[in-house]
Design a protein around this ligand. Structure first.
Ligand code: ATP
Ligand code: MG
Length: 225
């Protein structure tokens, strides 16, 4: 999915103080990009990802998804848009502890009632195999390692075949070797299925996964390579 930021500003009001995190930012993400975002703590990486994910709105400016402005959609449509087109992967996995790995992956499919339960199970099982968790569908999150839980989270993010996947420090809680494996899985989906990936990471070692590498500095996003 192509995403265009036009003069995007994001400010937070904290008491009497206004914090400007992003200021008149212009940027374009192309369909099929694997975009890495780096930058110091507090620079605005999560803020930017929340805007990209339509979880938050810019204070000024516009964000266009394949030409459509998210801010112009009614809340219901925006929720549908988000569910159908955007997948999220977080640092702390955010799996539901009472659900098995397979049920966690199925969760985003449930509002789609036109599909049969059997198909949903099948789809989740298939994706679990793709992330290397063949046969682990019945396990609960507490029975899985951190790296395995993050794989479940990736399968969940991809189950609705999104065109954009947003990952905020998905390796932040994992050792470097496992982190590398997790990013290779995302890279595989980017290369094979053309899913656009935006990855926020502190770790410069992971920048090589990006087809483009950027850095937030001075309230704007800059291309590094
Ligand atoms: N909801 C909020 N209300 C007020 N200020 C906020 C809010 N969210 C973020 N901020 C402020 O905006 C700035 C950017 O925060 P953000 O979380 O985007 O940084 P980050 O680059 O993701 O940092 P980190 O690497 O530590 O995760 C920080 O100064 C933060 O305190
Ligand atoms: Mg952050």
């Amino acid at each position: 999915m192509q995403v265009i930021f036009e003069h995007v500003c994001k400010k937070y009001q904290v008491g009497d103080e206004t914090i400007t995190v992003l200021d008149k930012m212009n940027f374009q993400i192309e369909a099929g990009d694997f975009l890495v975002i780096t930058g110091p703590s507090g620079a605005g990486k999560t803020t930017l990802l929340n805007l990209l994910g339509t979880l938050d709105e810019p204070t000024a400016g516009r964000i266009l998804y394949d030409g459509v402005e998210a801010g112009s959609m009614a809340p219901d449509r925006l929720a549908d848009f988000r569910r159908d087109h955007i997948g999220f992967v977080f640092q702390f996995y955010n799996l539901i502890p009472q659900l098995s790995a397979r049920e966690n992956v199925m969760l985003p499919l449930l509002p789609n009632r036109k599909r049969l339960e059997f198909d949903l199970q099948e789809k989740a099982t298939e994706l679990l195999a793709e992330v290397g968790l063949d046969g682990k569908g019945d396990k609960y999150p507490y029975q899985l390692s951190g790296g395995e839980q993050q794989r479940v989270a990736i399968a969940r993010a991809l189950v609705n075949t999104p065109s954009l996947v947003l990952a905020d420090e998905p390796t932040g809680n994992l050792d470097a070797h496992i982190g590398e494996q997790i990013l290779r899985i995302l890279q595989g989906f980017n290369r094979k299925q053309g899913v656009t990936v935006v990855l926020v990471t502190h770790n410069e070692k992971f920048a090589h996964f990006g087809t483009r590498v950027t850095r937030i500095q001075g309230r704007k996003l800059h291309e590094v390579r």
